[in-house]
Design a binder for this molecule. Sequence first.
Ligand SMILES: [Zn+2]
Length: 377
Amino acid sequence: MQRIDHTLPWGSLGSERTLSVFRFGPAADGDGSGVRKAYIQASLHADELPGMRVAWALKQRLRELEAAGQLLGTIELVPVANPIGLAQAVYATQQGRFELHSGANFNREFSDLAALVGERVAPQLSSDAAANTALIRQAMRQALADLPAAGSELAGLRRLLLTHACDADVVLDLHCDFESILLLYTLPALWPQVEPLARRLGAGMSLLAEDSGGGSFDEACSLPWSRLAQRFADKPIDMACVASTLELRGMLDTDPAQAAADAEAILAYLAEQGLLAGQWPALAAGAAPARPFAGADYLSAPHAGVVSFLKPLGAVLKAGEAVFEVVDPVNDRVSVVCCHTDGVLYARERLRYALPGLWLAKVAGETTLRHGRLLSD
Ligand SMILES: [Zn+2]
């Protein structure tokens, strides 16, 4: 195991932050050497800690597997992907989703690599798909290195994370929701390759979108390949990066046994992807469920009040079923909020007070309800 420490730029005078990357296995250079690479990061939204706990379980196991000679590919692990957010607390409450300095969501506005490398690779693309993959990866690394100096600590963090991930064959970004079933996000084109991971993790749902908007990390890694393939349609360009965001249940779900089981599921998937040798559990029969992200029904309250949920996580609902009630005890106003679609109740807000405009429950349906930018902030 190699530990790589990066100092973030723009540390306040007298204090600096460090991003630590742990690298296991043989070196992969992304140039067609045949050594595959996986990149796994946790807690980019810094208060989403189940991923960090799973990452630590992975770190322990990867050390063992490396000592046993079972690593066939390179695995880079970043268990603390957001040291900025992790340290943010206001009046004893952690704020890990938005940077206090700028208000920016930590998982948005990653660089558009397709735009950065398009002109660079255009003259050199050939009819050899593997050579194109190596060329594009090299161009991505170089384009990020050539950017002007990062203008903030957050910009520097985003660039470092993307630099480590951009030439990986597999990218897993470990998050969680407030209260949630286990759920994955990926591109529709990548679902056949992500579905075995969803099955191994026992995911209750996966949500698929070609472009959710906002420049989230997993899409910053995977979307450039489909964008370049569209732009240079006369050249073979593979979807060379299988990227997924994993919602590892809810914020409170850091149970050690569950984390160990999730880590084993991820390792078995990495073995399937050619990164690990050895004997791993066979993939269970059946298929993991997936639905369009555009079919997710975000339910919010019509007025302020105390929220009581009427359905448990994972409930299978019919359109029109009551999901939660909101009570205003001053005016005796009681509203029951129902879902607009048949679907699975996959996430609930942690707060029990209705705030204007904020979702309180999410239901995964099959028909398109939303257009444009799908990600909320
Ligand atoms: Zn998150």
